[in-house]
Design a protein around this ligand. Structure first.
Ligand code: PMP
Length: 355
């Protein structure tokens, strides 16, 4: 190691799912198989490229206003960023600044550990139970903050608002972040608790239910005070986060409630059909409240399934990680994509003896 390397910040980065260039059946990063709302294309066409020479609005007002109107919260209760990864990363930096460890589940979004290490935040992982459920009592002790996704990823399990509220009640002195990347496929959002719990931050994204992973838009909803703290950190980091196209396209997407509800329902219907089909093939999986299924088979090795599917141009996700090594995570695509998946799974199972 060169002497200068001693002072370099070294991190083990988050590994995102593969983004292959060739056309494949892409069921590996929980994107939406349907295009964004029609208004998005219109907004993009109406953009004046001459304006690209000017910096965008640092307050992101058109987008913040559209989100505030949609959720019926104040404009001062909304913060937007470059995908919820950006929002979450800034939340870690802003809200988790204690010597005590922050708490999150052992099976969860693997980025949490990366941010904790990057920002030198002590952390402790709490084991989810045998059924992958969050154990609420594990979050009652002293800590430096709490974060969990609801629904959790990659398990797809939704925890009731009663559990969320219980964890909030036991953590009045720290910030609790509920990462709701997949909430639109699940039950009610913790946004309805914002006015009663000033220690709550809810994050959501345009990458899943609003079909805009490529535009990178995420947001946080919290009390005006927490949003002010978040903005102070943002403006100490990068004033101009969202570009002009993302701002107007995002605002258009959020205004089209009917299209949004229709695509969410389509995904949920495909999810139910895919679940039935997987069960018939002998897979089991926690009940999904997200746009993916976390499936395991008693007779076939998950890694082999993952690799066999990939060979046929069908990408799903698999982690070489304790407790979940025998699972594959399958994003819910269109019905046609799911047909291709099942044909490939059936061929794999027919050609391979069960182990
Ligand atoms: N939270 C969870 C639980 C996720 O699975 C993802 C998607 N990888 C994100 C946050 C971040 O999504 P994005 O940055 O696209 O909003």
């Amino acid at each position: 190691m060169e002497a200068f390397e001693k002072n370099i910040r070294k991190v083990e980065p988050y590994v995102p799912g593969e983004q292959p260039r060739q056309r494949v059946v892409k069921l590996n990063t929980n994107e939406n198989p349907y295009p964004p709302a029609p208004g998005v294309e219109r907004a993009l066409r109406e953009l004046d490229t001459a304006d690209f020479r000017l910096y965008p609005d640092p307050a992101c007002s058109v987008l913040v206003d559209a989100i505030a109107d949609h959720y019926k919260v104040g404009r001062d209760q909304v913060f937007v960023g470059v995908g919820s990864d950006d929002v979450l990363s800034l939340c870690f930096l802003t809200f988790f600044n204690s010597d005590k460890p922050i708490l999150f589940p052992d099976i969860t979004y693997s980025f949490y550990k990366v941010w904790a290490r990057l920002y030198r935040i002590p952390y402790e992982c709490k084991k989810v139970d045998e059924d992958f459920r969050i154990v609420r009592e594990d979050y009652y002790g002293e800590n430096g903050g709490v974060i969990f996704p609801n629904p959790n990823a990659p398990t797809a399990l939704y925890e009731s608002l009663e559990l969320v509220e219980d964890i909030l009640r036991h953590n009045r002195d720290v910030i609790v972040i509920v990462d709701e990347a997949y909430i639109d496929y699940a039950g009610p959002s913790a946004i309805e608790l914002i006015d009663r719990y000033d220690n709550l931050v809810v994050t959501q994204t345009f990458s899943k239910s609003r079909s805009m992973a490529g535009m990178r838009i995420g947001y946080a909803i919290a009390s005006p005070k927490l949003i002010r703290y978040l903005n102070d950190v943002k403006y100490s980091f990068n004033s101009y986060t969202l570009n002009r196209a993302s701002l107007v396209c995002g605002a258009e997407a959020v205004k089209d409630r009917a299209y949004f509800e229709e695509t969410v329902e389509k995904i949920k219907a495909t999810r139910e059909r895919a679940g039935e089909r997987l069960a018939r093939l002998g897979f089991s999986f926690p009940e999904s409240s997200a746009n993916f299924l976390f499936a395991t088979h008693p007779d076939y090795d998950a890694r082999e399934i993952f690799e066999a599917l990939k060979e046929k141009g069908i990408y799903v996700r698999w982690w070489d990680s304790a407790r979940i090594r025998q699972y594959v995570r399958i994003t819910v695509g269109t019905d046609e994509e799911m047909e291709k998946l099942f044909a490939a799974l059936e061929a794999f199972m027919a050609g391979r003896k069960a182990v």
